[in-house]
Design a protein around this ligand. Sequence first.
Ligand code: CP
Ligand code: NVA
Length: 311
Amino acid sequence: MAIRMNGKSLLSINDLSEEEIWQIFDLTKVLKQKLYAGEEHHYLKGKTLGMIFAKPSTRTRVSFEVGIYQLGGIGFYYGPNDLQLKKSENISDTAKVLSRYHSGIMIRTFAHQDVVDLATYGSIPIINGLTDLLHPCQVLTDLFTILEKKRTLKGLKLAYLGDGNNMAHSLLHGCSKVGMDISIASPQGYEPLPEIVNNAKRNAAISGSKIEIIQDPFEAVKNADIIYTDVWASMGQEKEAEERKKLFKDFQVNNKLVAEAKSDYLFMHCLPAHRGDEVTDEVADSANSVIFDEAENRLHVQKAIMTLLMQ
Ligand code: CP
Ligand code: NVA
């Protein structure tokens, strides 16, 4: 097993080389097979993962907690009110203290800079479990799921409809790293950040993928191999939810829209889904939908990430 990622952190897909991304996928395949075969794979025996959550979570929390256990280690959950972090203690001190107890930390929070600071001041691997800016573990899982279903990544077209949020940003990083085309359609004023689009364009110049940021959802899904969407109001934006419902209504993934994609397109969503808003039941529950395989793969991909970083 390759160990060159050992001791590193995973804050953004943009920090990974294409080779490292494929290393994660190769190990994911092995770990998934071992779990299915009932073979022990205690690569992190005796290791501990601190899991800091400033926001709620179903998939991230459960898949990391179950994953570290299956690897022979144990996870410790710290909810929004459990640590002194950012209340009576700064990030630097918390990072140094937690580094004395844990083998790695997974953190879900608001400001991306907090995760960068944790990695700067801590001396153990830090894994980004979602910030307002990025959701790298989700997108690495999405790419692995596409690979399982389509047997390739290069040259495929992914259409993302909706908010230019953390999901859109990590999809831009991920697709551009592995040579997939990505077309993002968002309402005016809700496009992905220019800085992230520029990162993706730089990656695309190397990988040969195409990046498109537009406002027409029908144009975006034309000939798409994958249609991806996410909630219109993310965690922390609850107060904007009603206003966003009106602004985003033409970006709903429904039967009329998906008719523009390839007939064997995959429907993907990081979940949780607000059914009836960004996606209809008929699409989310259709034969093209892989949302639950995607959710399951969080477990397998993150086990590979933890093993590569923390072993
Ligand atoms: N997709 C995802 O990260 O889900 P949770 O918010 O439930 O962790
Ligand atoms: N954009 C969503 C993703 C949830 C997994 C959010 O940040 O709430």
